[in-house]
Design a protein around this ligand. Structure first.
Ligand SMILES: [Zn+2]
Length: 476
């Protein structure tokens, strides 16, 4: 067939893409079968996954390094070389670990990698062994092209690459990444230092009527956790008292959970403007109201999926969620102490001290006077540039359009955190780009940490050449 569009992926013929898809699916199944659960009990799953990947890379002629800062907990890194004329490398980042998956409510074994009716099931299918396996396959394809040109991918430049491509798959993302990407950033920054990174959770099609929006993650909210200790008075349960610490905690929970006012950040303004342009009718009206600061994201739930409406709502404001409450020792003892953990997610521009002040204000002076507030975790919001013409974002936009004419790629934020925060310390902007095009009824975000996590094989078939083109275009 005559090359029409000039996409780099057109340089690989149809049988070549069929074989690449098959390898991708097989390595994804293999990875799902390695239970790299975090918290690791006992440790070892992440290291097993790292070793598996190192084996795949080395079979492709690409040297791999395993980093094991804590016994049984490992990350794996590798590098393909460009000719050095194109600037800093591109980093393909992923995490090896997955959250636990109690199998009771699953229809398929979460660690078997079963395929059923075009879907591949398993913990990690979308978070995020899918992108990990796609990135691994892109590295394999590039290494094979070097070998076909008589070059050694361990040391010679890959044909057509002007930048290096770094590969890093890390442990511990699901618990903050401190023995994974965070540790690498401190101890081996050269394994991560790049012009830009491709990371999880973005460019998954959201169907809006006949059109498809591809939110590309350019940022994520900051995470702050406070531990509140309420001091009441111990006593006999037969004689109730109002300063029972559980009553104090219950009052605090009710006050803290009230939503904060909406605030539109520049990224969400750009997203909503694009989404408004792409929609019509009732959806358009709701989005316009949201952009004007007067909308009700709840009403959107009826039109798109409730999980997207919830995500959108969370991206329009700082959020406080009371998530853990401990108190009491026995049914007939009034507890004199209760402990509450609250999960606070900050928009860009909202500082940690401002959030603590908000917590105090919500408690009110009387309750605050009997409460200790401890800061447990704080990481700032992350935003990567999306208007730099020489940056990665325009490349990501254009490859999505090339593979789905009429597609609407838009900058978006994630309500949750990823390893992007560790890249920020090295000045590496990170983009959530795990290109997938799945059937309209599939609510991808519900599968995150959810039941029956799965990915569509056709979605992967579409996404792999998109990722390949993104890498070739940015590095070519
Ligand atoms: Zn993830």
């Amino acid at each position: 067939m005559i090359e029409q569009s000039g996409r780099p992926s057109d340089g690989i013929d149809e049988p070549g893409w069929v074989a690449a898809h098959d390898r991708l699916v097989e390595s994804l199944r293999d990875l799902i079968r390695i239970p790299s659960i975090n918290p690791p009990d006992p440790p070892g799953g992440e290291l097993d996954a790292a070793r598996y990947i190192a084996g795949v890379l080395e079979d492709a002629g690409v040297p791999a390094s395993i980093h094991e800062p804590v016994p049984g907990r490992g990350s794996v890194t590798g590098r393909l070389r460009g000719d050095g004329t194109g600037g800093e490398p591109l980093l393909l980042l992923s995490h090896l670990d997955v959250v636990p998956a109690p199998p009771e409510r699953w229809t398929h074994d979460p660690f078997a990698g079963e395929i059923d009716d075009g879907w591949l099931y398993g913990r990690g299918a979308v978070d995020m062994k899918d992108l990990l396996a796609m990135e691994l396959e892109v590295v394999r394809l590039l290494a094979a092209e070097a070998r076909a040109a008589g070059r050694d991918p361990a040391s010679d430049p890959i044909p057509g690459l002007r930048r290096d491509v770094l590969f890093a798959s890390t442990a511990d993302e699901e618990a903050g990444g401190f023995v994974g990407a965070g540790w690498l950033a401190l101890e081996h920054p050269d394994t991560l230092r790049a012009a830009a990174a491709i990371n999880e959770a973005g460019a998954v099609a959201v169907h809006v009527g006949e059109r498809r929006i591809y939110p590309i993650a350019v940022g994520e909210k900051g995470v702050t956790v406070y531990r509140l200790t309420f001091h009441g008075v111990w006593g006999h349960g037969s004689m109730p008292r109002p300063d029972n610490a559980l009553l104090l905690a219950a009052e605090a929970v009710a006050r803290l959970a009230v939503p904060t006012p909406a605030r539109l950040t520049p990224v969400m303004r750009a997203f909503l403007d694009g989404a408004i342009e792409a929609t019509d009718g009732e959806a358009r009206g709701l989005l316009q109201a949201l952009a004007a600061g007067a909308g009700d994201p709840g009403a959107l739930a009826a039109l798109c999926s409730p999980v997207y409406a919830r995500a959108l709502d969370a991206l329009m404001r700082d959020t406080l969620s009371p998530n853990v409450l401990h108190g009491g020792v026995k049914y007939n003892v009034i507890p004199g102490e209760a402990v509450l953990d609250i999960d606070v997610r900050r928009l860009p521009g909202s500082s940690e001290p401002a959030m603590e002040a908000l917590v105090r204000e919500r408690l009110g002076p009387e309750l605050a006077a009997v409460t200790d507030i401890e800061l447990v975790v704080a990481s700032d919001a992350v935003v990567a540039p999306y208007d730099d013409p020489g940056g990665l974002f325009p490349v990501l936009e254009s490859v999505v359009r090339e593979h789905d004419p009429g597609a609407i790629p838009l900058p978006f934020m994630l309500p949750f955190g990823t390893d992007a925060k560790h890249l920020l310390e090295l000045g590496v902007p990170s983009y959530g780009f795990s290109p997938l095009r799945q059937p309209p009824g599939e609510t991808y975000l519900d599968r995150y940490h959810g039941v029956d996590e799965r990915v569509s094989l056709d979605g992967l078939r579409w996404g792999l050449p998109v990722l390949y083109d993104a890498v070739r275009r940015f590095c070519g």
